[in-house]
Design a protein around this ligand. Structure first.
Ligand SMILES: CC(C)(COP(=O)(O)OP(=O)(O)OC[C@H]1O[C@@H](n2cnc3c(N)ncnc32)[C@H](O)[C@@H]1OP(=O)(O)O)[C@@H](O)C(=O)NCCC(=O)NCCS
Length: 145
């Protein structure tokens, strides 16, 4: 398992994994590229034998970060990869002197919520009908020392 930051050459692979992991409203390659090139973005991934199997991304503005992407390919789940991606995002946020990290997660997405709770995120409020299909989002936050 090799971990590294994104390059532009990874965008096709990340976009196709994103489409597999998020059947509803995945980020398109264009959205991924726009964020990646914005200058505020940090993207990290894990690969197996040259294939991207997990990825994460966050934007950092001043002392706040927002985790925008975290996913692991289905057949590689429950082996620590999502946690490793999250740890890397948190470490990078610390390096950039971020004070707090936010993220949004579907209220039905128990797997992701448990993962985030494990890494010190707490639910702070919900956004009613936040997603296009009408589902609420739970906003979670982690304070960094
Ligand atoms: C959420 C997701 C990223 C987790 O990735 P992963 O590689 O399986 O995560 P890990 O193996 O590192 O899991 C770490 C911990 O999270 C929790 N967890 C992860 N998946 C879980 C599940 N399906 N049910 C319960 N707890 C789960 C567990 O506490 C787990 O530790 P454990 O395996 O020792 O019990 C993955 O399920 C995924 O890609 N889902 C689809 C995309 C998605 O919903 N992304 C998040 C959007 S906000």
């Amino acid at each position: 398992m090799n971990g590294r930051v994104w390059t532009t050459e990874d965008l096709d692979a990340i976009a196709s994994l994103e489409a597999e992991c998020f059947p509803v409203e995945p980020w398109s390659r264009r959205m991924l590229a726009d964020s990646f090139l914005s200058g505020n973005f940090y993207g990290t991934l894990l690969e197996e034998g040259g294939t991207v199997v997990a990825y994460g991304g966050m934007s950092v503005v001043l002392d706040e970060a927002e985790i925008q992407l975290v996913a692991t390919a289905e057949m590689y789940r429950r082996c620590g990869r999502g946690g490793r991606i999250l740890e890397d995002l948190i470490e990078e946020a610390k390096r950039r002197k971020v004070k707090r990290i936010f993220l949004e997660v579907r209220v039905s997405n128990a797997a992701a919520q448990i993962l985030y709770l494990k890494y010190g995120f707490v639910g702070i409020y919900s956004r009613t009908r936040y997603y296009p299909d009408g589902e609420d989002a739970l906003v979670m936050k982690k304070e960094l020392d």
